[in-house]
Design a protein around this ligand. Structure first.
Ligand code: C2E
Ligand code: MG
Ligand code: MG
Ligand code: MG
Length: 281
């Protein structure tokens, strides 16, 4: 193929590509034991009401420490887990762990788990959510699920149906990383969403980029008009928070309010440590 353009015989071997493939294969191999060997864990990032700093929810974020590969972040291993189907088992584990952990938080604090579009393609997700709810006995209203916007760029009927089934249980849906995909307003109104999470890239450009402000205002209006909650991601500084508060935004998540941390740390920081005595089950 290289020859087609002027007959160059320079080999097209791409060392980066080889390295990526090897890495993906190593991750895939290590993944098979991750659940059984208890290598997965969840950290929780606070979601707050910016007006008073009150904790309104937490988002569960997956962490994996492999004995052979060390710490691997979800941006790297979720894609591998999606390509080999392992995401279903991982997703089930996440739902159960997050629902069980919710019992240790005050009853007015919600727990959000991330769901991969791939989990939505079969109806197993409904069973998984149902069994996580019944095992933990938490009220369904305390559980939120997040789907990324890119996952929903052209949502199949199957995905919409799964979302509706789960919504019928009393669980709520948030659209994650909003603004990074290409949402059509037509489908936004077809999905059973209760919240948009404005992607951190917009929040982080607020102090420097006039377009970011215009986008924030439009999204804020959109949410008001469509009766959706808005949560701003990636709030890293007091300046970000002040701008957002000035625009009438309420919910936020970001390093300024708290990094992803252990459940115990969240409880100590935000709940006066009152529930410390409770045992993790
Ligand atoms: P996400 O759901 O949008 O989660 C937010 C990500 O932004 C997290 O990265 C979080 O650590 C990071 N973050 C939070 N606040 C700030 C901030 O102020 N500044 C900056 N620069 N970053 C911030 P993390 O934990 O590496 O997760 C990355 C992505 O991996 C998540 O994005 C989510 O899409 C996916 N993911 C995480 N856990 C799971 C899971 O259990 N299942 C699935 N399917 N995906 C997951
Ligand atoms: Mg998320
Ligand atoms: Mg996000
Ligand atoms: Mg993300």
């Amino acid at each position: 193929e290289a020859r087609q353009f002027g007959g160059s015989r320079i080999a097209r071997h791409d060392p980066d590509k080889t390295r990526r493939k090897t890495r993906a294969r190593d991750i895939e191999r290590a993944m098979w034991t991750a659940i059984d060997e208890e290598e997965l864990s969840l950290v929780y990032q606070p979601q707050v009401d910016m007006r008073d700093g009150r904790l309104i929810g937490v988002e569960a974020l997956l962490r994996w420490t492999s004995p052979t590969l060390g710490r691997i972040f979800p941006d790297e291993f979720i894609a591998v887990a999606e390509s080999n189907g392992f995401i279903r088992q991982i997703g089930r584990w996440v739902l159960h762990r997050a629902a069980l952990d919710a019992r240790l938080l005050p009853a007015d604090v919600t727990v959000a788990a991330n769901v991969s579009a791939l989990q939505m393609l079969d109806h197993g997700i409904l069973d998984d959510v149902q069994s996580a709810l019944s095992e933990s006995a938490i009220p369904p209203a305390r559980l939120w699920l997040e789907l990324t916007e890119t996952a929903l760029m052209s949502p199949s009927d199957c995905i919409i149906e799964s979302m509706r089934d789960i919504e019928m249980l009393g669980v709520s849906w948030a659209l994650d990383d909003f603004g990074t995909g290409y949402s059509s307003l037509a489908y936004l109104s077809r999905l059973p969403l209760r919240k948009l999470k404005l992607d951190k890239s917009f929040v982080q450009n607020l102090d420097t980029d006039a377009h970011a402000m215009a986008i924030l205002r439009s999204v804020n209006n959109l949410c008001r008009n469509m009766d959706l909650c808005l949560l701003c991601e990636g709030v890293e500084t007091r300046a970000h928070a002040d701008i957002l508060l000035g625009e009438g935004c309420v919910e936020a998540q970001g390093y300024f309010y708290g990094k992803p941390q252990s459940l115990e740390e969240v409880i100590d920081t935000f709940c006066g440590g009152a529930t410390q005595v409770a045992r993790r089950g």
